[in-house]
Design a protein around this ligand. Structure first.
Ligand SMILES: [Zn+2]
Length: 227
């Protein structure tokens, strides 16, 4: 199955000079909302439970729309159930003819529709776990980040010189660290958009909502935004 790249954008060198950035967090009481000079503020860290230092040692990732921390990936040899992922459409799963359809068509029927965009809803882990004005970012907000910020190492530097840090990825697609957006794929209901950072640029792809078969992209990081 092909991971179709929806967007492959190069980050323009909009800002040839970036002033010296300083540490963005005023204290240890994370998360903080960092003003990058964009339409929303971005969190200083990913969604975490408990102490941030612990979370950083074992980064927490989520399936799309899932607001529960899961310590184990589901067993790929078993039929997935709603205890593995709450939006499995069990009836559709059981009634599928696995031989007559392409993989994508099969996968598209496996999930219950929970919305074209889940930002701010009960399916938004940032909103549920952190409360207040925290939300999962939409695809549009990630695109704004991409278009207006400069990358330096792990740092995403905003127009005003402030920065956040995202999980750095290798250049191997297998090990990319994706960040979920709140936006469902326009092409496939079994996928939602996710963004990742390589050494020089942002990319956005559509990822599967949960682990399926050998697709390892169901579990992704969440970097909240704040209004
Ligand atoms: Zn912070």
């Amino acid at each position: 199955m092909i991971m179709k790249k929806i967007i492959l954008s190069f980050v323009g060198l909009l800002f040839t000079y970036v002033s010296n950035s300083t540490a963005q967090c005023p204290n240890d009481k994370h998360p903080h909302a960092i003003d990058l000079g964009l339409s929303v503020k971005w969190a200083c860290c990913d969604v975490f439970w408990g102490e941030r230092e612990e979370a950083l040692k074992t980064p927490q990732r989520y399936m799309w729309g899932d607001v529960v921390e899961r310590y184990e990936y589901y067993d790929l040899s078993k039929t997935p159930s709603t205890s593995d992922y709450p939006y499995i459409n069990k009836r559709a799963y059981d009634s599928l003819s696995w031989t007559e359809q392409s993989d994508d068509d099969i996968v598209d029927k496996l999930y219950t529709f929970i919305g074209k965009d889940i930002s701010g809803t009960k399916y938004d882990v940032a909103h549920v776990q952190w409360g207040g004005k925290w939300r999962m970012p939409t695809l549009e907000q990630f695109e704004e980040l991409e278009k207006n910020c400069k990358i330096r190492g792990k740092q995403i530097i905003g127009p005003n010189g402030n920065y956040i840090e995202l999980v750095f990825t290798t250049d191997s697609p297998r090990y990319n660290h994706y960040y979920w957006t709140s936006t469902l794929s326009k092409e496939r209901p079994s996928r939602a958009y996710a963004a990742y950072l390589t050494r020089s640029e942002f990319n956005a792809s559509d990822c599967y909502l949960m682990i399926y078969d050998d697709k390892l992209h169901g579990f992704n990081y969440i970097r909240p935004v704040c209004y």
